[in-house]
Write a protein of this length. Structure first.
Ligand code: KG4
Ligand code: ZN
Length: 362
């Protein structure tokens, strides 16, 4: 069974064909990176326009690269939320039209559920022991779920904690921006942090009132800002902004960033990264113990963070931990097709009333 997945919830137009929820036949991602970079973040109006431009060729490429024709597709799955509503609408409308014209089922998928299935997709069938604790951390969300698998066709999700303000990836991006690095800042901070001392500055994250498994990252961002103001870093920040402006494609190499970043700033970056990742690790482990799970699933763009991966590897964590490969960590449509497969098996289809929902809950 060939399932076409479509993903347009944020700033990537993506389409993929996955066979029987297991084998990726194609996985096309058209990033709008260059459109948004100069604004230091995603501009919703521009995002929908770019999706409109890209959706038809991206889907066509996914079908062609899979070596298939449209008539071979058994179902069309699409992200229907959460995300930018104008962006979601492009994918949802196109998926409806395609499923109608092909006479195949339409399956709406929650984007966060997709991130969880990016991990399941890459393991052998029945490899991941459930129940599992899933941490999904990206630019748009930081959520922890208790995930239970009930037979082949059904997964149940229970939200255990979420961010009350910034998402983890958003914190990386905002701190990077304030330090003069370019967008998205997560990968840059990750690479530079390995040159700094993570113990140099002790950032404390306040304990949560109410649900202690919730996250809060905005205070951390403010703490970095205060540090920047106290240390008088304006000149070096201006230098890095200029570097980003003048670099080919707006992407300075690691060497150029390092030249423009003195040791105390590398220490600051490393300490910030440590504070964010420790918070994610602490919450995930606490939830895992409380709910007595059998594995951990770590997904979303921030799951590519090398320190986070390192913290969850080895003896430190008494659970098998599953990460997606780097290409499935960030937004893609293979994960949407994979998440749709259990729904296909159990006949949970959407109809043409499927709506794009900006804050769709899982
Ligand atoms: O899942 P994703 O592609 O899109 C959203 O759904 O948001 O995640 C993108 C986010 C960005 O905030 C980016 O800075 C962050 O993931 N990110 C990272 C790393 N790679 C991507 N954050 C920290 N370390 C990384 N290596
Ligand atoms: Zn995402």
């Amino acid at each position: 069974m060939y399932l076409l997945g479509i993903e347009t919830s944020c700033d990537e137009t993506a389409a993929a064909v996955v066979e029987s929820g297991e084998r990726i036949l194609s996985n096309v991602v058209a990033s709008q990176f260059d459109v948004h970079r100069r604004y230091g973040g995603v501009v919703p109006e521009l995002a929908s326009r770019e999706h409109l431009r890209a959706i038809v060729p991206v889907v066509r490429q996914a079908v062609e690269e899979a070596g298939l024709a449209y008539r071979d597709l058994g179902a069309v799955a699409v992200t229907c939320g959460p995300g930018l509503v104008g962006s979601l609408l492009v994918g949802v409308s196109y998926a409806k039209a395609l499923s109608l014209s092909l006479g195949v089922p339409l399956i709406g998928v929650n984007h966060i559920e997709g991130h969880i299935h990016a991990v399941v997709l890459e393991q052998k069938p029945n490899e991941v022991p459930f129940p599992s604790l899933a941490l999904v951390a990206s630019g748009g969300h930081t959520h922890m779920f208790y995930v239970h698998r009930i037979g082949e066709g059904d997964y149940r999700y229970e939200l255990l904690g979420r961010t009350r303000d910034d998402a983890a990836g958003e914190a990386f991006d905002k701190v990077a921006k304030l330090l003069g690095f370019s967008y998205p800042g997560g990968p840059i901070i990750d690479r530079l942090a390995s040159y700094g001392n993570p113990e140099a500055i002790r950032f404390t994250v306040p304990r949560m009132k109410g649900n202690e498994l919730d996250f809060s990252f905005s205070g951390l961002k403010t703490a970095v800002l205060r540090h920047v103001q106290a240390a008088g870093m304006e000149a070096e920040i201006a230098r890095r902004r200029e570097l980003a402006r003048s670099a080919p494609g707006g992407r300075p190499t690691l060497e150029r960033w390092l030249e423009a970043t003195p040791q105390p700033t590398l220490d600051l970056v490393a300490s910030f990264q440590q504070a964010v990742t420790e918070e994610l690790v602490r919450h995930a482990l606490r939830a895992a113990v409380e709910r007595d799970v059998r594995s951990l699933i770590i997904s979303g763009g921030v799951a590519s963070n090398s320190r986070l991966r390192q913290r969850f590897s080895g003896q430190a964590v008494p659970y098998p931990v599953y990460f997606p490969s780097l290409r499935l960590s960030t937004d893609n449509a293979a994960m949407i097709a994979a998440a749709a497969y259990p729904k296909f098996l159990s006949g949970r289809f959407s109809d043409l009333s499927l709506a794009a929902e900006a804050s769709l809950a899982l």
